[in-house]
Design a protein around this ligand. Structure first.
Ligand code: NAI
Length: 389
């Protein structure tokens, strides 16, 4: 079993270290900030204390897993690793500098992976002498609980490296999907309208946050409504992802961030963590009553869902991932009630196209342009899945 090096011991790095050590690997966890490293060690001990309390592990099992993690103050201590996963700050120059340094100390067949959410994997790989052994392995937060991992080969990555990484991550009990090295990969790209269209509906005054959340959970079957989720993720974090994706797509209006959310961030209404976001989490903690109007609710759900379907169809059209991986990513990564392409089949492709065309007609905005794939499929009477299950 190969040794794993994890660089960066923040929320992602320590979570990935926990996953790898639990899978039986010897893990070397390095952070340039010794305090962060100590914090990670304390947190991991706490997590395993709790897991023992909850009888998920015997005390000696937890001790053995924790024993497999070495907390080191020098990158060089990780030199024996067969796989290095980088989870440092989201900054291209910092990541390139680290990859250049790390490559020099690893053996020729070691794999180097980045956990970046928004940077180009190809740009990170370009810092290495052997860019063919670099790829993206994108975990979700919290890494031990989230089943999905996106595997992102850079344009330089050798197929054999992708295959080896894929096999290893699956052996850790994760569900993997293969994504092209494009902004947002799968989940962070496809999920944009879940927030963006909900914000747009709010801005246009069709419904308030509580009503939109009610519609999406009660009628749409989503686990959390968009506003509850934005408050949970943090408006600062969610806004930044949207802005990054928007910029990376050369300002495609489909991903345009919302002023409403920007103002929330500026006001410090970050969500749960600041006590106030779209909802007030103060002493009273009172969530306003939704308007439970079934017709309004169905309209809200369909407008958001059809925009999500359009994203998924366009991603398939542009070869970002396969049909099955696109659907798997959204059901396993963000717990959507259905895969978006399956949802398109159920609703009817022609119905999707008609709704998007109506929105496009109404607003005359590029944001509502229908994916060429949906239009072609509607014309030819095709479905994404040939057999209904
Ligand atoms: P974090 O800020 O919690 O942790 C980053 C850690 O890296 C810090 O402890 C810092 O001291 C350390 N660090 C910074 N520069 C370093 C260097 N040159 N060498 C060694 N250590 C260094 O960040 P977080 O949230 O864990 O994110 C890490 C990476 O994972 C980022 O690329 C982020 O985009 C990505 N990511 C984050 C997710 C999230 O929800 N937080 C989800 C998926 C990916």
């Amino acid at each position: 079993m190969i040794d794993i090096a994890i660089i960066g011991s923040g929320s992602m790095g320590s979570g990935i270290a926990q996953v790898a050590a639990t899978a039986g690997h010897q893990v070397c966890l390095y952070d340039s900030n010794p305090d962060a490293l100590k914090r990670a060690e304390r947190n991991l001990r706490k997590i395993f204390d709790r897991l023992v309390e909850k009888e998920k592990y015997l005390e000696e099992e937890a001790a053995a897993i924790l024993d497999r993690i070495d907390y080191v103050n020098s990158l060089y201590d990780c030199k024996g690793a067969g796989l290095l996963i980088e989870a440092i700050v989201e900054n291209l120059e910092a990541k390139q500098a680290l990859f250049e340094q790390a490559e020099a100390m690893l053996t020729a067949d070691s794999i180097l992976a980045t956990n970046t959410s928004s940077l180009s994997v190809s740009a990170i790989a370009a810092a290495c002498k052997q860019p063919g052994r670099v790829l993206g392995i994108h975990f979700f937060n919290p890494a031990p609980l989230m089943k999905l991992v996106e595997i992102i080969p850079a344009i330089q990555t050798e197929d054999e490296v992708t295959a080896r990484a894929h096999k290893l991550i699956e052996s850790w009990g994760k569900i993997t999907v293969l994504a092209k090295d494009t902004p947002g990969f799968i989940v962070n790209r496809l999920a944009r309208p879940f927030y963006g269209e909900a914000l747009r509906i709010l801005e246009e005054g069709f419904a308030d946050a509580a009503t939109i959340d009610w519609a999406m959970t009660e009628l749409g079957g989503f686990r959390m409504g968009p506003f509850t989720l934005m408050d949970y993720i943090g408006n600062d974090v969610n806004y930044k992802v949207t802005k990054t994706v928007f910029e990376a797509f050369y300002y495609d209006p489909r991903y345009k961030p919302s002023f409403t959310q920007k103002r929330m961030v500026e006001a410090g209404y970050l969500g749960r963590k600041s006590g106030r976001g779209f909802y007030d989490y103060g002493e009273t903690n009172k969530i306003p009553e939704p308007v439970q109007d079934a017709e309004l609710g169905e309209n809200i759900v369909w407008r958001i869902v059809v925009m999500l379907i359009n994203e998924a169809a366009d991603a398939l059209y542009l070869g970002i991932a396969s049909r099955d991986d696109l659907d798997l990513a959204m059901t396993k990564g963000v717990n959507y009630p259905k895969g978006l392409l399956r949802w398109a089949d159920e609703a009817g492709i022609a119905h999707c196209v008609a709704t998007l065309d109506r929105l496009h007609d109404e607003y005359r905005e590029e944001r509502y342009r229908c994916s060429p794939l949906l239009r072609k499929m509607a014309r030819e009477g095709k479905r994404f899945y040939s057999v209904e299950v």
